[in-house]
Design a protein around this ligand. Structure first.
Ligand code: ATP
Ligand code: MG
Length: 408
């Protein structure tokens, strides 16, 4: 039914050269995220997305577009000729096609092409009257109409649309650097990943699991989560799933139960930092949240941060749990996160984790583990690598099969 989709994006803070970069990235990401099924072109202040030969604008396409960060709203649109009769007839046609014959409407015409002879004001008035005559049960409401009939007459082209479907806004992925998300099977970290992606960050995911005690189901859950995240991501989404059991066993041997969780987290940070540097990420992201659980006190965050020189972003640190849950429902990760499989074997979790810890003391414990850094590097080499695109796995292998860890 529609000819193309009109994309609106927020221009706040994007002026001059930055604006061009923003627009070009956004167009590029739209094409990638829609698997090259569309063309995107820029006309001033809008991006026009047209399906390629054999493709059509259906709900699937609109749903994929909604997931492209940087888009403020999408409007399926009809191309119109720059003459009054055609505009009027297309409005009538679309009203009939959509079975709209009662309720209120408003015409919102914009003429940026001043060579078109009718002024915006007159277009609104005349089109409004013609619609009222043709559809006697429709009424005008200029303040809160049920249907906002938008007509845009621009230099390059003219079009009309009835809907502004709100999207997530944010920045196009790739505009904000690259980071690695520490992705557990919980509710929080997928939301943290999503929020930073929405700020324009490129990303890969790093997860730790404890084979053989929590093998297949846990890995499956982690994969499902990154598949979901990849729906919002225009590029290949890499997910490194790291066997953590050997490190956990070495920590367990120290017999400092209440600190074992912190020691594990410090080790996760070191491993993740190595992998992040290897994959050109310049920061780590976690789903940590102040005070949510005993392990997430300010003191422990400091002790965890001390294990790496990398910047750790904690986008959820001040969120209410309920808001995180709502967000995870909205983005589609909640139903996966609530599968019962644990990311880390309970055998390695202290019954009462310490709420206070000190970096110096933790470093002393770590020195007692002879080959800790070897175990940590080994775990990366044994990691499972999954590559996702548009919600599907496109490749998977064991790290050492295809990749070589080069570290300085
Ligand atoms: P989440 O809901 O993300 O699991 P949480 O509230 O359960 O968070 P913790 O279990 O203390 O909190 O984890 C804090 C953060 O540490 C997680 O959000 C995640 O970023 C990271 N993390 C914890 N366990 C793992 C794991 N097994 N693999 C990767 N990252 C992890
Ligand atoms: Mg967790």
């Amino acid at each position: 039914m529609y000819d193309f989709v009109v994309i609106k994006y927020s221009e706040i803070g994007t002026k001059g050269k930055n604006r061009r970069i923003f627009e070009n990235k956004l167009m590029n990401n739209i094409v990638l995220q829609l698997n090259h099924k569309v063309n995107a072109k820029k006309i001033y202040g809008r991006i026009i997305v047209t399906p390629k030969e054999g493709e059509k604008i259906d709900n699937d396409m609109l749903n994929s577009l909604k997931k492209v960060f940087g888009i403020k709203s999408i409007s399926p649109a009809l191309k119109i000729e720059k003459n009054y009769e055609d505009i009027k007839n297309k409005i009538f046609w679309l009203l009939r096609e959509k079975n709209i014959n009662t309720g209120t409407f408003k015409i919102d015409a914009r003429r940026t092409d001043k060579s078109f002879p009718v002024r915006s004001f007159d277009l609104n008035k005349n089109l409004g009257e013609d619609v009222l005559n043709e559809f006697p049960n429709l009424k005008v409401d200029v303040h809160d109409p049920d249907y906002l009939i938008s007509v845009e007459i621009r230099h390059e082209m003219a079009f009309l649309y009835f809907e502004n479907i709100e999207c997530f806004a944010g920045y196009p992925v790739g505009a904000g650097g690259k980071a690695s998300i520490l992705l557990s099977g919980g509710i929080d970290s997928p939301v943290a990943a999503w929020l930073m992606m929405k700020r324009g960050m490129k990303m890969n995911a790093i997860s730790f699991y404890s084979p053989p005690s929590n093998n297949e189901k846990t890995v499956m859950k982690l994969i499902e989560l990154s598949k979901k995240l990849s729906e919002y991501y225009p590029f290949n989404f890499y997910h490194y799933i790291i066997p953590f059991t050997d490190v956990q066993l070495a920590i367990k041997k120290l017999n400092v139960e209440s600190y074992s969780l912190i020691l594990q987290r410090r080790s996760m940070m070191r491993i993740a930092s190595n992998l992040a540097k290897y994959s050109n990420s310049s920061a780590l992201i976690t789903g940590e949240n102040l005070g949510q659980v005993a392990s997430q006190t300010l003191e422990n965050m400091i002790t965890i941060s001390d294990a790496t020189d990398m910047l750790i972003l904690r986008p959820l640190v001040g969120f209410e749990k309920l808001d995180i849950v709502k967000k995870s429902q909205e983005i589609g990760t909640y139903d996966i996160s609530t599968w019962p499989y644990k990311d880390s074997c309970v055998a390695f979790l202290p019954k009462t984790p310490a709420t206070k810890s000190f970096p110096d003391k933790m470093r002393k414990y770590e020195e007692k583990i002879e080959n800790l850094s070897d175990l940590e590097l080994e775990s990366i080499k044994n990691s499972l690598v999954y590559i996702m695109k548009n919600g599907e796995i496109i490749d998977n292998y064991t790290f050492s099969e295809k990749e070589v860890l080069k570290l300085d």
